[in-house]
Design a binder for this molecule. Sequence first.
Ligand code: SF4
Ligand code: SF4
Length: 193
Amino acid sequence: MSAENTDTGPDSLEISSGKIMQNNYRQDMPPWGSGAAWDAANRSLDSLIQRNRMALDPVVILAQKVQARMVSIFSLLDDLCQVTCPWCPDPCCLAARVWIDFKDLLFLHLAGHPVPPEQLLSDFKESCRYWSPRGCTLPRVSRPWVCTWHLCPTQKVILRRKAPSVQEKLRHAVQGITAGRKAMEAEFIRIVS
Ligand code: SF4
Ligand code: SF4
């Protein structure tokens, strides 16, 4: 495999496993921002997973636990969006500097979810390609984790009006998912390195 991940053109057909897992990116652009780099990263990660398929069973279980916790808060988050986003005068997605990072990509591959056809944006001067006036066009489970846990000020106000048990459930789930994603990534790197 090549060790290149330049995000600059069609030459980046393969990305080394170490390079993908570094999660590094140039500060002026998101990782795997070009179509070629995105495809190469996904091919390389898929190949790495296939080569270590048996050993990665425990990591797949970690990804499935993350998924179960994510799904458990989707209805609450959908409710918060439904009462805020359709009337939002300044949608946060249009200015967000967010991207699918290595943990997001690893989760999608291990849990068997569709990988979006391209990175959210190829350049921080752009807006997310998956935004539409009717909201995000990606399934919630395929969005970067930051897009799910982030609540804007308006949504936080509405959340604070809900029962303490509801707020606590969300807080607990977000902590558990964040920790689960870290464990998933660390165990994956330990096994394939
Ligand atoms: S999350 Fe908040 S800021 Fe973002 S689009 Fe919805 S209402 Fe607007
Ligand atoms: S992926 Fe969806 S939620 Fe995240 S920034 Fe893009 S449009 Fe917004």
